[in-house]
Design a protein around this ligand. Sequence first.
Ligand code: HEM
Ligand SMILES: CC(C)=CCC/C(C)=C/CC/C(C)=C/COP(=O)(O)OP(=O)(O)O
Length: 304
Amino acid sequence: MTAATPLLPPADWRDFLALTKPRVMTLVVFTGLCGMLAAPPVNGHTIHPVLGFTAILCIALGAGAAGALNQWYEADIDAVMRRTQKRPLPAGRMDRQAALHFGIGLSAFSVILMGLAVNVAAAAILTVSILFYVLVYTVWLKRRTPQNIVIGGAAGAFPPLIGWAAATGDVALLPFLMFMLVFLWTPPHFWALALFVKTDYANAGVPMLPVVAGERVTRTQIGLYTIPMALAAVLPWPLGLTGPIYGWTAIVTTAVFGALAVRVATRTTGADDRMTPEKRLFSYSILYLFVIFGALVADRWVLA
Ligand code: HEM
Ligand SMILES: CC(C)=CCC/C(C)=C/CC/C(C)=C/COP(=O)(O)OP(=O)(O)O
């Protein structure tokens, strides 16, 4: 080969899959599915299985597309952080244009399919969540303020609303509380992780809370956000929106979340600290959402 400009070989399908952040998106898709399955029948009918499947597919494709556009925009900072260096763009396995086209094409496809096959309400909320993740979080806030994940994190809270809207054509108080639960869960989820990958963000110049405000403030904020998060989690039962299966699951799993968050909030660490409680809170935060959303569906279907 004597070409003057080095050309990248065509990217592998695995690189396109990696662009969609598949591991993170499993929980996004799961909360969307649970929002859909928790919705009540409309005029005696639940959503047709084919339409239900299409709606979940659209959430998965839309979320994946948003992840691809996020990586297209952030290739520079991903190249600096150890956790993200091996992604297809910073590792030089994919052309940036290919990632951009993939992200835009998949976003348009997911929204149009949702609008044509399912309904306009679900397509509209899907559009808002993609725009929120890409424009509000990634482009606007992430490099500017430590409140980036508080405001921008709303993007990841929309899927239960999308699922519910797909099934009913509308939104209601229960999916709104589920939105609030994920919205208020995001700061403890992310800041627990940010406490132990702080150096990565500092090196990349991303103003995450532990980098700009320090560990103490971050720990306190984790504790503070856990309080309204717990309220959003537990309220559906006393409000009569769910039954005891959800209610008791929410009480027990949220109490564990609270205990882990208090441990993180009240700790001070030295230089060689292994950050075990922080890692535990981060891992538990993921299990917590899977279990609590699963309980919402179990409640609806067992007590129906
Ligand atoms: C702005 C908000 C958020 C930020 C900044 C954030 C950040 C992160 C980061 C940096 C990781 C580490 C590992 C990785 O890159 O795979 C992670 C893991 C994870 N996040 Fe989040 N997250 C946010 C919101 C959410 C939401 C809304 C969900 C789902 C409802 C979610 C689900 C997950 C899951 C399932 C993992 C584990 C992935 C794995 O096993 O590798 N995150 N998050
Ligand atoms: C339906 C729909 C469009 C959903 C969007 C889902 C969404 C916003 C998820 C947020 C979770 C996420 C991947 C955060 C990563 O933050 P980051 O991008 O700062 O993480 P990084 O450092 O790993 O790139």
